[in-house]
Design a protein around this ligand. Structure first.
Ligand code: UGA
Length: 437
């Protein structure tokens, strides 16, 4: 493999993972971030996101001198063969991706890029962004390619080093090939294409995943009504390789920093282009409706008996958008908590990843550091994140603290018999249940 000089702009979970993993593959990597405090911490291998294996890889990179962190973006690119843009593209007005950070950095580096460099859009950006960045750079001697990431939070290092596929797209085959070569050691299937196809591939992947989840959540409702079991049905269909068993676990809706943002961004560009994409709209709407249905189910079984939850105390187990992260962005748990709160519920929440005070959550929930404290005097427990820790809880103790018996297992992670032994009534998603209360 040819060792390359790589610059990575932005050290979020995508940028930092990209930088540390490329250094572990033997490339010489400079990561730049505009936040000087973060750069200082990274120089000490202090990683402020929960990403297994990443702190170790950062430390290894620093020790081998293949990985450096700087605050000066223009300086980072001056010597680079390949420059990865790993910048935030949050949901902007009307759901469209906000490209302000990408555009600002393009302006910052345009005069600094060495002759013949390749700029790579790594973060998820709308179709056409490679062309837009090329226009902003105004450097005919610099190529812009799209190389979307397919990293799951909490498994980012693993996914980077064991990719299902690598997609690189750009107008110049030579530039795309140069980027693909960075990954030679990973021996993954390679799709080399044009920029628009690479950009759309990322949206297509996240849309398809979201569609699968909305499908699974709808199917769960059918199972509840028709006396079927979602686990058995998804196992039954999942053995068909055309369907596949992965990503069919029902839950409290899908969320996180990517699927909601990307599905809304795709919808927004479709609308702008006058293209109706009913499946995409339905995927998003199904998620909203599914969450409303779960809230309705909780309210219908509360002691109030009138659909309101006025003064009803509930224990929420899990707030982050999935287990293995500390990320609350677009968390389904928060979406559900908001609706419960609107109906007047008093929410006591515990999440193993949230160990520090969170003033930003104080209007919504009282965050406690122990699941038993959350259960104290609560009428029911709602499991909203699939932390394995919840399976191992002392459910007799939970039952002793509760002022009710109902456990809404909205992640299907608990053991039915175990809860029954503790005198609790478990209701999962996607199998018939008897209404309590
Ligand atoms: C997602 C994609 O899975 C990655 O491939 C992609 O690279 C990434 O977005 C991105 O665009 O950067 P991530 O946001 O980390 O990754 O989260 P997922 O693991 O996909 O989970 C998304 C949501 O679906 C979570 O709320 C999760 O709890 C839920 N989920 C997932 C289910 O409810 N059931 C499942 O079977 C799987």
């Amino acid at each position: 493999m040819t060792e390359r000089r790589v610059a990575v702009i932005g050290t979020g979970y995508v940028g930092l993972t990209t930088g540390a993993c490329l250094a572990s593959l033997g490339h010489r990597v400079v990561c730049a971030d505009a936040d000087p405090g973060k750069v200082e911490r990274l120089r000490r291998a202090e990683v402020d996101i929960l990403e297994p294996g990443l702190p170790e890889l950062v430390q290894e990179g620093l020790d081998s001198d293949l990985l450096q962190f700087v605050g000066d973006t223009p300086a980072a690119v001056r010597d680079a063969d390949v420059v990865f843009l790993c910048l935030p593209t949050p949901m902007g007005a009307g759901g469209a991706a906000d490209l302000a950070a990408v555009e600002a950095v393009a302006g910052e580096i345009r005069a600094e890029l060495p002759h013949g460099a390749v700029v790579v859009n790594k973060s998820t950006v709308p179709v056409g962004t490679a062309d837009r960045v090329a226009a902003l750079l105004g450097r005919p001697d610099v190529s812009v390619v799209s190389n979307p990431e397919f990293l799951r939070e909490g498994r980012a290092v693993h996914d980077f080093l064991h990719p299902d596929r690598i997609v690189v797209g750009g107008a110049e085959a030579e530039a795309a090939r140069r980027v693909a070569e960075l990954y030679t050691d990973l021996a993954a299937p390679l799709v080399v294409t044009d920029a628009a196809s690479a950009e759309l591939t990322k949206y297509a992947a996240n849309f398809f995943l979201a569609m699968k989840l909305s499908f699974a959540n709808n199917l769960a409702t059918l199972c509840e009504r028709f006396g079927a079991d979602i686990g058995d049905v998804t196992a039954g269909i999942g053995h068909d390789p055309r369907i596949g068993a992965a990503f069919l676990q029902p839950g409290p809706g899908w969320g996180g920093s990517c699927l909601p943002k990307d599905t809304h961004a795709l919808l927004s560009v479709c609308e702008a282009a006058g293209i109706d994409f009913p499946l995409l709209r339905a995927t998003i709407e199904t998620n909203v409706e599914h969450q409303a249905r779960l809230v309705e189910r909780v309210a219908a079984q509360s002691s109030r008996g009138d659909g309101s939850l006025d003064g009803v105390r509930l224990a929420l187990y899990g707030l982050v958008f999935k287990a293995g992260t500390a990320d609350l962005r677009d968390s389904p748990a928060l979406a559900i908590a908001r609706q419960l709160r609107e109906r007047g519920a008093e929410l006591y929440a515990y999440d193993p990843a949230l160990t520090e005070a969170r003033p930003d959550l104080s209007d919504l929930v009282t965050l406690v550091d122990d699941p038993l404290k959350a259960a104290e005097g609560a009428e029911a427990v709602l499991v909203l994140t699939e932390w394995p820790d919840f399976l191992e809880l002392d459910w007799e103790e939970v039952a002793a603290r509760l002022d009710g018996r109902l456990v809404h297992d909205f992640r299907n992670v608990l053991d039915q018999e175990r809860l029954e032994r503790a005198g609790l009534v478990r209701q999962s998603i996607g199998s018939p249940y008897t209404m309590a209360g």
